[in-house]
Structure formats: structure tokens, C-alpha cells
Design a protein around this ligand. Structure first.
Ligand code: ADP
Length: 458
């Protein structure tokens, strides 16, 4: 059963149930009030009748009402003597020789009864007439209950029809509103199916209702999931394309050199060196890829040791001096003690990558300045260069795998860059509870900042 049918049934049953309950209560209360009114009328009439009744010892009961007393046409009166003989009957029931209601032999107090006499519904008040302690007769006053029954029947019809209409209206309203409310869900389903069929993750679900209601939130979450999936699939595709591209170039170079060697028939040192260089490059790339794969699979354990970031920085600078050589001036502007907890080798890899990139991308005569300071419980390591900078459109992607800014996309002169270094650095810093940021203005230089939580010194 669909959600819409279930909701419609639930609400209609609820509305019907509530209305039936109140209808029953109203029916009962109105019925009782009507009968009470009738009983009051019977009691008043009985009083008037008793006032006109005499008991004479020798003759028994005598009915001599005031001349002004008139019995209403819808009221029936019978006066029965002590020996169950009819003493008086009101004009409309003169021919009736049976009591309106059974006569009690030892009545103690007036009794109201609802009876049916010759197919007529009657409400009868029987009042025992007692003289001394002797029962000398019974006065019965009755009225037709048809009008009360009719009123009750009419009430029943009104309540029944009202309940039915209310249930129908509730069903229609609930059905329409749930249909309207569920239309976006239907769209979600349709689009999800289309995406599955067409394998097209670029589609989004349109929603024109209020964005903050539950459906709006659901659709936003669904669209965000689609966006995330699209990014993931795209990056997976790009990743495959990049890996194939990166693998093809060195393999082509190797193959070319092998052909050359074969034609020459001897081992040419340059070709061998080129082959060796390409094999090294491939080995490095596969090493980086393996590292990323293990990182992403969560299978790259990080050591938890005390690391003096300042000592690590000095080591890296020492190592990088060879690379900088006469090309750029490598300056240590500031260094502070910065103990952190983490994996020494991986942290060194981050610093080395940033410093090497700065040296690599800064042209001859440029400057690379490095500083390490403490800032609000964090170690802050900055590597700033005076290189060409990174174009703004590349900045948001710089930490993605295989991403290389436009200028660096052609194979770098030293043939080393794959665009994997920064994504590895990003992951390592993140796993150490830190952040890595980049600021760059084209033509003026680039600055990478790494923030790592300082270890508590005990
Ligand atoms: P690569 O091995 O290509 O250097 P990275 O992941 O280390 O890979 O860097 C990704 C890209 O970021 C580089 O290709 C380059 O375009 C850009 N980049 C990184 N550092 C700098 C820098 N200091 N100056 C200018 N561009 C940089």
C-alpha cells in the first residue's frame, strides 16, 4: 500500500472516529434532554390532575377537575381506581380500556416508563394515589414519544451524513495534499532511476517549494550527495586518464631508446642514461601512487613520536641547498622551537616537498624564504617564494592528485613532477590534525603555510 493511501486511510479513520465519538455523545445528550422535557410536562400535568381528584370513602375516586383545566391533545390521562376500574380517561383515549402502562400492585412512588401500546411509543408517568396508607388508585399521564424519536432520528441522519461528508472531505484533502507533498519525492525517484539508467551524475533535482522544509532539506541533501558522487567519479576518471598519460610518456621514451640501441647494435651511454632516468621516474610515480592508495585505504600507519619540527626543517634546508645552488637564494628568516607529535619521515616529506617546489618553480635569481614560528598553540611553517605564482583558477585544485597548474602541465624540465606531492602533503598534514593553506598572486610568488598542533611539553 502506498504512503499516500496509508496517510489518507489513517487521517480519514481518525476524523471519522472522532466525529463518531462526538456524534454519539451529542445523540445521547440530546435524547436525554428531550425525554427530560417530556417527563417535566408529564409531571406538571399529573399535578394538575391530582388537584382535581377526590377520594370519597363510600364512592371511591372521583375526578372533578377545575372547569378551566384542559388536557392538551397530545397528552393522555387515565385514572384507575383501587380495584383497577377505569374512573376517568381523557377524550382522545375514551375507547381504550387497558392501562397505558402496566399497573403496579404495590407502587411506592411515581414511575416513568417508556412503552409501546398498539404500535405507539409512549412515555407514561404512573402516580400511585394513596390515602392514609392505602392505595386508592393510580393516575397515568402519557404522551406520544414519536416527536422525540423523530428528532433523534433526524439528529442521527444529520450526524451520520455530516460524519460521512467530513470523512470524505478529509480523505480528499489529505490525498491531494500528500500527492502534492510527495511530487518532489516522485521526482527524486525518477531522477535517481534516470541517473542509474543513463549513468549521468550531472543531473540535479529541481525543487520550487520552501528550501527549509523537510522535502527541501531532503532534496538539498540528495543533490549534495549527487554532487559529491559526481566529483568522485570525475576525479576517478581523471585519475585513470592521468595515470595512463603519465605512464605512456616514459614508456615511449624507453621504447624509443631501446629501438635506437637495437639499430646501433651497441650500448649507447646516453640512451641507457635516458632509460634509467625514465625507469627511475616510473618507479617514483608508482611509489607515490602506492602511497596514495594505501593512504586512501587507511592502511598507511603513522608513527606517533616526538618530533622537533625545527630540527627537521634544518635537515631539509641542508638537503635542499644543493638543489637551490646558484639558482635561488634559500633563506631561513625565523626559527622557533616547535615540538610536535607525529611521524618524523612523513613530516619531513611535507617540508621537503614544499621547499623543493618553491626552488623548482622559482626562476633563476629568485628567493625562497622559510620561517617556523609558534602561534596560538600551533607550529606555523611558511615557505614563501618569488616565483611565477599559481593562477587563481588553479588554486582550489592544487591539492588534488595529479593536478598541475597550467604552466607546469607540460613536462617539467627535470621531468620530476607528477602533481602528486601536494596531495600527499595535504593528507599527511590532515592526519596530523593540522592544516595546509596556500596563497599566491601570479607574478609575485607563492606562500604555503602548514599549521600543526604543538606537542604538550611536560
Ligand atoms: P609536482 O610534482 O608537479 O610539483 P605538486 O603536487 O608538488 O606536484 O604540485 C602541484 C602543482 O602545484 C605543480 O605542478 C605546480 O603547478 C603547482 N605548484 C606547487 N608549488 C608551487 C610553487 N611554489 N610555485 C608555483 N606553482 C607551484
Amino acid at each position: 500500500m502506498s504512503l499516500r493511501t496509508r496517510l489518507t486511510l489513517l487521517y480519514s479513520t481518525l476524523v471519522g472516529g472522532i466525529l463518531l465519538f462526538f456524534g454519539f455523545a451529542v445523540y445521547q445528550v440530546v435524547g436525554q434532554a428531550l425525554v427530560r422535557q417530556v417527563d417535566d410536562l408529564l409531571a406538571r400535568t399529573a399535578q394538575d390532575m391530582i388537584a382535581g381528584t377526590r377520594y370519597i370513602a363510600m364512592r371511591g375516586l372521583v375526578f372533578a377537575p377545575d372547569p378551566g383545566l384542559e388536557v392538551a391533545a397530545n397528552l393522555y390521562v387515565q385514572l384507575w381506581g383501587g380495584g383497577s376500574e377505569l374512573v376517568y380517561a381523557s377524550p382522545s383515549i375514551r375507547g381504550l380500556d387497558v392501562p397505558l402502562a402496566p399497573l403496579d400492585r404495590m407502587p411506592e412512588r411515581p414511575v416513568y416508563r417508556t412503552t409501546v401500546l398498539r404500535d405507539v411509543n409512549l412515555r407514561v408517568l404512573s402516580v400511585p394515589l394513596v390515602v392514609g396508607r392505602r392505595l386508592v388508585g393510580t393516575l397515568q399521564v402519557a404522551t406520544n414519544l414519536d416527536i422525540v424519536r423523530q428528532t433523534q432520528r433526524l439528529l442521527l441522519v444529520v450526524l451520520g451524513v455530516g460524519t460521512l461528508i467530513a470523512v470524505l472531505v478529509a480523505a480528499v484533502v489529505v490525498s491531494l495534499t500528500t500527492r502534492q507533498a510527495l511530487v518532489p519525492l516522485q521526482q527524486v525517484k525518477d531522477i535517481a532511476l534516470q541517473i542509474t539508467r543513463a549513468d549521468d551524475l550531472s543531473r540535479r533535482i529541481p525543487y520550487h517549494g520552501p528550501p527549509e522544509d523537510e522535502i527541501g532539506q531532503l532534496i538539498r541533501a540528495f543533490n549534495q550527495t549527487l554532487g559529491r558522487l559526481e566529483d568522485l567519479f570525475q576525479s576517478q576518471r581523471r585519475f585513470l586518464a592521468d595515470v595512463s598519460h603519465e605512464l605512456r610518456t616514459p614508456l615511449t621514451v624507453i621504447k624509443g631508446n631501446v629501438n635506437l640501441l637495437r639499430r646501433m647494435g651497441c650500448a649507447d651511454q646516453d640512451s641507457l642514461a635516458s632509460i634509467e632516468g625514465e625507469v627511475d621516474r616510473l618507479t617514483r610515480m608508482i611509489g607515490d601512487l602506492l602511497l596514495i592508495a594505501r593512504m586512501e585505504a587507511g592502511r598507511l600507519p603513522l608513527a606517533e613520536e616526538d618530533v622537533e619540527l625545527d630540527t627537521l626543517l634544518l635537515e631539509v634546508l641542508e638537503q635542499s641547498r644543493v638543489l637551490a645552488a646558484d639558482k635561488v637564494s634559500l633563506k631561513l628568516v625565523e626559527i622557533d622551537r616547535a615540538p610536535v607529535r607525529g611521524d618524523r619521515d612523513r613530516l619531513k616529506q611535507v617540508i621537503l616537498n614544499l621547499v623543493e617546489n618553491a626552488i623548482k618553480y622559482t626562476p633563476q635569481g629568485g628567493e625562497v624564504s622559510v620561517r617556523l614560528c609558534r602561534q596560538e598553540g600551533q607550529a606555523c611553517l611558511s615557505v614563501q617564494d618569488t616565483g611565477p605564482g599559481i593562477p587563481p583558477q588553479d588554486l582550489p585544485h592544487i591539492f588534488e592528485r595529479f593536478y598541475r597548474a597550467e604552466k607546469a602541465r607540460t613536462r617539467s624540465a627535470d621531468g620530476k613532477g607528477f602533481g602528486l606531492g601536494l596531495s600527499i602533503a595535504y593528507w599527511i598534514v590532515q592526519r596530523h590534525g593540522g592544516t595546509i593553506t596556500v596563497e599566491s598572486s601570479p607574478g609575485q610568488g607563492t606562500r604555503f603555510d602548514v599549521f600543526l598542533p604543538l606537542a604538550e611539553e611536560g
